[in-house]
Write a protein that binds this ligand. Structure first.
Ligand SMILES: [Zn+2]
Length: 89
C-alpha cells in the first residue's frame, strides 16, 4: 500500500489501485509505441509483457479530492511527488 500526503493535509492511501484519486501519466508517444507493439505482445507467452512495457513509461499521479492539486511522480526520485495547483483565471 502506498500513501501520499497532499499539501492541503489530505492523506491519500492506495488499497485497491482503483481509488478515484489515482491516475497514470504516460507520454502519448510512449502509449502509441505500446499499442504498436501489442500485436507482438499478444503472441508472447508471458502475459505481463504489456504491463512491463507500460510501466517503463508511466508515472503515478494523484488528484487530491479535497483541493484538486495534482501530485505527479518526480523525474528525479519516484518516491517524491511534484505538486501542481490550477492557475486562477
Ligand atoms: Zn489536497
Amino acid at each position: 500500500m502506498s500513501k501520499i500526503l497532499c499539501k492541503c493535509g489530505n492523506m491519500m492511501a492506495v488499497h485497491t489501485m482503483e481509488e478515484d484519486f489515482l491516475y497514470d501519466l504516460i507520454p502519448q508517444k510512449a502509449l502509441m509505441d505500446i499499442v504498436g507493439k501489442w500485436k507482438n505482445i499478444r503472441a508472447d507467452i508471458y502475459p505481463d509483457s504489456l504491463t512491463n512495457l507500460y510501466n517503463q513509461f508511466r508515472k503515478d499521479v494523484y488528484i487530491c479530492p479535497v483541493c484538486n492539486r495534482l501530485l505527479i511522480e518526480s523525474d528525479e526520485d519516484p518516491n517524491l511527488f511534484d505538486s501542481y495547483v490550477k492557475e486562477a483565471k
